[in-house]
Design a protein around this ligand. Structure first.
Ligand code: AMP
Length: 217
């Protein structure tokens, strides 16, 4: 399977779609946000700095994220292709990633953009709950994504948490950062002829149906 880069505004459904693809095609799901949330727990200056940045929707440095990614994509579970969820976040990261692929002799694969209206995404953010253990994502405002037992992860039973950056106020900043810094990537990858768009406004099943069509092409 080709590797897949998912590009979308926060809460458009990147993580959920990546989990479905991981199960189905046995590809690695690489969420740079999840990796950083782990690192943010460390009792060190770096851990505290990452924690502050995540909680305020500020990007960590390109150097740090590039190092993290380079190490991650060389792990055995990436041999079969992988899904990037949250990387690259700006054109500088995309350029560094192109260099990395060349160096490691890996293919870029395809880019899937999940389009979503700002207001739909902002509503989703308020209901999003995450499992700190297995990283599964739920949504108390969605019938498709509600946990079976209130407040607990369907997969491992761990108590669900609401991310500190999942509130409407921080969301607006994160959305604006997406438009300003991340959305130019669509043009960057369009020039390479690897971009596909899906509509993410209508929920998980519809998003996934569209992704399957692209993968079947
Ligand atoms: P996410 O889980 O993808 O919404 O990411 C949560 C937060 O982690 C972001 O708001 C950033 O602070 C940080 N982050 C995740 N991925 C990256 C990246 N590729 N570059 C810089 N910061 C990132």
């Amino acid at each position: 399977m080709k590797s897949i880069i998912l590009i979308a505004a926060p809460a458009a459904g990147k993580g959920t779609e990546a989990s479905i693809l991981k199960e189905k095609y046995h590809m690695a799901h690489i969420s740079t946000g999840d990796i950083l949330r782990e690192k943010a727990q460390e009792d060190s200056e770096m851990g505290r700095d990452i924690n502050y940045k995540i909680n305020n929707g500020i990007f960590v440095s390109d150097e740090l994220i590039i190092d993290i990614l380079k190490e991650r994509i060389q792990k055995d579970d990436c041999a079969n292709g992988y899904i990037l969820d949250g990387f690259p976040r700006n054109v500088a990261q995309a350029e560094a990633y192109q260099e990395m692929l060349k160096e490691l002799n890996k293919d870029l694969g395809i880019v899937i953009v999940i389009d979503i209206d700002k207001n739909v995404a902002a509503k989703r953010i308020a209901g999003r709950r995450s499992c700190p253990n297995c990283k599964a994502v739920f949504n108390v405002n969605s019938d498709e994504l509600k946990p079976k037992v209130e407040g607990h992860c369907d997969k491992c039973g761990t108590e669900l948490v609401q991310r500190a950056d999942d509130n409407e106020e921080t969301y607006l900043g994160r959305y604006n950062t997406y438009i300003e810094k991340t959305s130019p990537l669509i043009d960057f990858y369009d020039k390479l002829g690897v971009v596909y768009h899906v509509d993410g406004n209508s929920g998980i099943e519809f998003t996934h149906e569209q992704v399957e069509k692209i993968l079947g092409e």
